[in-house]
Design a protein around this ligand. Sequence first.
Ligand SMILES: *Cc1c(COP(=O)(O)O)cnc(C)c1O
Length: 285
Amino acid sequence: MTSEPQQFASDNYSGICPEAWAAMAEANHGHAPAYGDDLWTARASDAVRALFETNCEVFFAFNGTAANSLALASLCQSYHSVICSDAAHVETDECGAPEFFSNGSKLLVAPSSGGKLTPDAIRAIATARSDIHFPKPRVVTVTQPTETGQVYGLDELRAISAVCRELGLSLHMDGARFANACASLRCSPADMTWRAGVDVLCFGGTKNGMAAGEAILFFNRKLAEDFDYRRKQAGHLASKMRFLSAPWVGMLETGAWLRNAAHARDRIGVVRAGGCCISADKTSF
Ligand SMILES: *Cc1c(COP(=O)(O)O)cnc(C)c1O
């Protein structure tokens, strides 16, 4: 227990919350089938589907860089491009992994304030070039909340997805701190994602209190075709998958995912620009 002031990266520094830890301990009995064919992984996937109120495809990966990169790669051919903000983690903090895993899909970077994309910025980039010499825009990625702690309102997300549909673009959401956005807006995960037009979500577990793990959710199930091969090729199919999936059961079935985020919200006040801590406040565990 500490009561030091927390800063933005505190959600990387923290330990494991009790609910995630307990589920891992419970999963640590005897043997279980490997590579995701176990009961914990089935239960975790069902818990994700129940939380999002839809029959989405669910995959677990070790970290967010892989989750984002593999999700984006599944939405793109190598000659396509991905529109993101200038503050996007995929642009500034993934060492080129999205380009690497997509075999070259280019990131098209939009100027932004605090990392928020706008429909106008998306339209400007998506329509600037349509000639054969420029990579064809195919995907938009938004970070919710952004890298500086700003939150897109549901109306803003709907406006972005409308322009995506109009221009034939898929919409990906980097939700490394997705729980904090839900706590901040007090809205349901479904309203923040597929009901607002998001096709694929990377749902962060690590910064919400797990040891490791992110879930990739395909609301548009067709886009998940062969994703299992893509994840395996990238080295993100865990052999002892139950230790990656059990914490999700612990976090989702007990409600800890939202409790942690609400605790952070109430302690810090609001999610706000400027890099203030919005994470699950780990002083509590
Ligand atoms: C932390 C974070 C990620 C994932 O980072 P990893 O270190 O690869 O797990 C992705 N996007 C955002 C916005 C993040 O803050």
